[in-house]
Ligand binder design. Structure first.
Ligand code: TNX
Length: 562
């Protein structure tokens, strides 16, 4: 027993040292003697099927580290420094990911596991699929970036065998409250790719804006997309914009999952097509005055059913790589339970009719969901207890009538995840207190500019959270009703943009937290904070190289401060 503990401890500390430059933490790392020296002109080779992946790798390494690799246009040739091949050898020693793939592939057909052998004479990279190879090269890119100086990097030798814990590792971005253009989204995709996240969920519609074209309902974007929250500029993605984003993501093995949030959060729809709106009530008028638009679509009103069908058909056509369409379903404040359930049932049937599967926010579990659906968990019972018992609900800026409809939804939310599990649906884990990135940072920063932004960005009624809170959280252990990885589809963070006014604010909320999200979604072993913080400091070199805006707690020893 004692021997066993000692050897486990040893393995862990070896792994921690060798892993210094990688986030998410790799599954197994065996240090080996010596170092590998890589510099400008180092030759990279692999089969034709991997050539595009190799060129992307070389481009990314050049951007992040300044080291310029040369991709050979034949299989091997002589003097190759980095040889890449499709081969599953030795990967069976670690389990395949569990959960659900956003692109609909079976887990066995989308193997992200990889091997990486770094020795003084060169590097060998292998995996069963181009995606696995891409993940391997992402690890290697981080090693090169951490070690590079003046076009040369010297990396400790080791053998890495790695693979993800969960198959769905995502980030949801609210492009409705603030419109983020294609370039901003490309930058977010680059961040996801750096940390091996493989899903970008776009929250395309909300009260304040509609961001995707539906040809038969042109006013959705012309009117509903013209503005954003407050006086922020509006905008929307044309089909060509969407195609550019979907392709850019696919080239990085990321699936873009579209969300059209119905039947609540639909004020942009009502602005465009007032005939779809129900008559305003006293509560909805009051709520509106407090900046919380409430009002829901009514399935039995006029052309609502045609609207739902047309919208999801248009979205499905523009997002061909996603097997899933997110139907929203959250916060249908003031709507009768049966009407909400009927609406969600109709949305699910519509999406299925398009050959896709439906995913919905947890309130959607109140409808007829089953094993074909995913329910996205976001409202935490523990947080609600604290809110109702601690009286912090009263601190929300709403009058009592409005608070009542909000509280009603929150109270029912206790039953959502148990109901979803009973019905056989899978859970996508996005608990508000850890995975909502629009939460103020708790650490302080060294500069006034950072402190000012920290005070402004993140919803003021959320208690601030530390980076450590996130990294010490576990998606299974801390999700009520779940005691096994198999019940969950994966892990997804969300960034909501009420307090995000521009791209810098967005990036400020994403970095450094996104790295921690990725570690919790990929790495099976718990993370030691002291080890993590070293790796986090290393990875900030890439943020600086790429010109990303990031929050820098003064408690961390960042390389750029040295
Ligand atoms: C709840 S999460 C919402 C969003 C807000 C967010 C703020 C969800 C399904 N609904 O409309 O933007 O909280 O964190």
């Amino acid at each position: 027993m004692t021997d066993l503990i000692t050897s486990l401890d040893l393995q862990r500390s070896d792994a921690a040292t060798a892993n210094t430059a990688v986030i998410p933490l790799a599954r197994t790392v065996r240090p080996a003697p010596g170092t590998w020296r890589v510099m400008d002109g180092a030759r990279v080779a692999g089969p034709a099927a991997l050539r595009a992946v190799l060129h992307r790798f070389a481009d990314d390494v050049a951007t992040d580290s300044g080291v310029r690799l040369a991709v050979a246009d034949d299989d091997a040739g002589s003097a190759v420094d980095l040889l890449v091949g499709l081969n599953p050898a030795g990967l069976g020693d670690i389990p395949l990911a569990t959960g659900v793939r956003a692109d609909g592939l079976a887990l066995e057909d989308a193997d992200e596991r990889y091997g990486l052998d770094i020795s003084p004479g060169g590097v060998r990279v292998w995996g069963a699929t181009p995606e696995g190879i891409y993940r391997a090269l992402t690890t290697l890119r981080q090693f090169v970036t951490a070690a590079a100086e003046g076009g040369v990097a010297e990396i400790p030798c080791m053998r890495v065998i790695d693979g993800p814990r969960f198959a769905w590792r995502g980030l949801s971005v609210d492009v409705a409250r603030t419109f983020h253009d294609v370039e901003a989204i490309r930058r977010v995709i680059d961040m996801c790719s750096l940390y091996k996240l493989n899903v970008l969920h776009l929250h395309l519609t909300d009260d304040q804006g509609w961001r995707v074209e539906v040809p038969s309902w042109p006013a959705l974007t012309e009117v509903g997309g013209a503005g954003a929250l407050g006086a922020r500029p509006g905008g929307h993605y044309t089909p060509a914009d969407v195609a550019a984003v979907v392709t850019y993501a696919a080239e990085r093995f990321i699936t873009v999952v579209p969300e059209v949030d119905l039947p609540g959060h639909t004020n942009a729809v009502f602005a465009a097509y007032p005939e779809l709106a129900s008559a305003p009530t006293e509560t909805s008028a009051q709520a509106e005055a407090f900046g919380l638009p409430i009002g829901t679509l009514d399935l039995d009103r006029g052309r609502t059913r045609a609207f739902v069908r047309d919208v999801y058909a248009a979205v499905a056509a523009q997002f061909p790589t996603s097997a899933w369409i997110h139907i929203g379903g959250d916060e249908a404040f003031g709507m009768a339970d049966d009407a909400h359930a009927a609406f969600v049932d109709f949305s699910i049937a519509t999406v299925r009719g398009l050959g896709r599967n439906a995913i919905g926010w947890q309130e959607a579990a109140r409808a007829q969901v089953g094993p074909e659906e995913i329910i996205q968990y976001w409202i935490e019972p523990k947080q609600l207890d604290a809110m109702f018992e601690g009286g912090s609900a009263e601190q929300l800026p709403f009058p009592p009538e409005v608070m009542e409809v909000v509280a009603d939804n929150l109270r029912k939310s206790f039953e959502d995840v148990p109901a979803a599990l009973t019905k056989g649906a899978r859970i996508l884990v996005s608990p508000n207190s850890t995975l909502y990135l629009d939460r103020p940072y708790a650490e302080s920063a060294a500069t006034d500019e950072q402190e000012t932004r920290r005070g402004r960005v993140g919803l003021p009624f959320y208690p601030p959270a530390t980076l450590r809170d996130l990294i010490e959280w576990d998606p299974v252990a801390e999700t009520p009703g779940i005691d096994d990885d198999d019940r969950i589809a994966g892990v997804e963070a969300a960034v909501w943009c009420e307090t995000v006014t521009d791209r810098d604010d967005l990036e400020f909320l994403l970095l450094p937290r996104l790295a921690g999200v990725a570690e919790r979604a990929w790495s099976a072993a718990p993370t030691e904070w002291d080890d993590y913080v070293l790796r986090l400091a290393e990875t900030s070199r890439t943020w600086d190289r790429r010109g990303w805006t990031w929050f820098r707690p003064s408690s961390i020893d960042w390389p750029s401060d040295r």
